[in-house]
Design a binder for this molecule. Sequence first.
Ligand code: ADP
Length: 398
Amino acid sequence: MSSLPILVLNSGSSSIKFSVYEAADGQRLKLHEGAVDGIGTDLGTFWIKDAAGKKLVDQTPALPTRAVAFALVADALHSGDFPAPVAIGHRMVSGGPTVQDNQRITPELIDEMEKYTAFAPLHTPIAVYIMREALRLFPSIPNFVILDTYFHRTMPEVARHMPIPSEYAEMGVRRYGAHGISYESIVYQLQPDVPQKLIVAHLGNGASISAIRNSECLDTSMGLTPTGGIISGTRTGDIDPGVLLFILRKIAETTPNSTEAADKLETVASKKAGLLGVSELSNDMRDLRDAIKTGNAKARLAVDKFTWTIAKWIGSFVAELNGLDMLVFTGGIGENDMDSRAEICAGLGALGIVLDATRNNVRGKAVISAENSQVKVRVIPPAEDLIIVNHVVRLLSK
Ligand code: ADP
């Protein structure tokens, strides 16, 4: 049996997650996983576990920059303690309008994707940095970009097109969606019985929902950027454009430079809004649930906005799908927060969705709908790294 270790790199705005899979002969065996978290702080975390969950590295380093963080990962991978990868798969949220296919990374491709940083402003800078570093540090093996937008490429024009003047549409401004690798992993895990009419709610720090017909994306809540769609941890989600104009004009009163003003608006809409903005407490669902128990009204309002908006999107996607066979919850909140799942489904009885309160008291994979529910409701953790490995193996064999 030939050995085929594949490294998966998945960067967030303040973290780099990675895993090594053995992918020989159709098998997919996770050998190691690890993460560096807390980039930009004096007390980060850096850990690596083996397949049995034993911690091989467990440190709390200062992580002033992403360069320091990625150097830790690269040094560990070069130490000889781990199998040398034959290829690397990089998760990328958006490659812009010109990079739509998963493919081998070249310096020119990175430059092209970087031009569209505005399409995923929190994610693209660190992702392109890591791609350049990986080409430099692992010069002899192929690197591939695996895009979140790839799953959403099947959306019809009516779902992709934005109601804006064509000159902007021609610049690539349209709905791309995000979390596509997670959605792809849910469809993959449901095989061979993927329901015809499926809605998946990926509820994490970033939250989105997708309508999936015959295993293909029909529509998704996130738009040009991950700031659109459902309210999430620190992002507005869809909002009256007049609100952004009002805030921009307020900012411009003290910030006459228009680029600086736009940057400040982006910070408001992407980093200070959402659950954090409404609650004035936290973007973390666990903190909000604790605060609700002590009677915190702002935390209650933030969470109500979250669950109410998701129920609204589910209703509109049922209309688009002309029915619904299955609803799947995934992501940190979707997998772990039974209260969010119950609150979202509470008003959806008219759509044939009925939860079983006992079954819903679960973390991880489970069916949580009642026997009399016309729609099956499931919790399925995403398997994003596995999907990235599958794409890398496919591209390697080309
Ligand atoms: P990311 O989008 O950064 O990958 P995750 O999918 O890990 O985020 O989800 C993070 C969210 O999941 C946070 O809001 C966190 O509070 C929530 N979460 C994680 N565990 C629980 C739990 N046990 N109960 C409620 N919420 C949880």
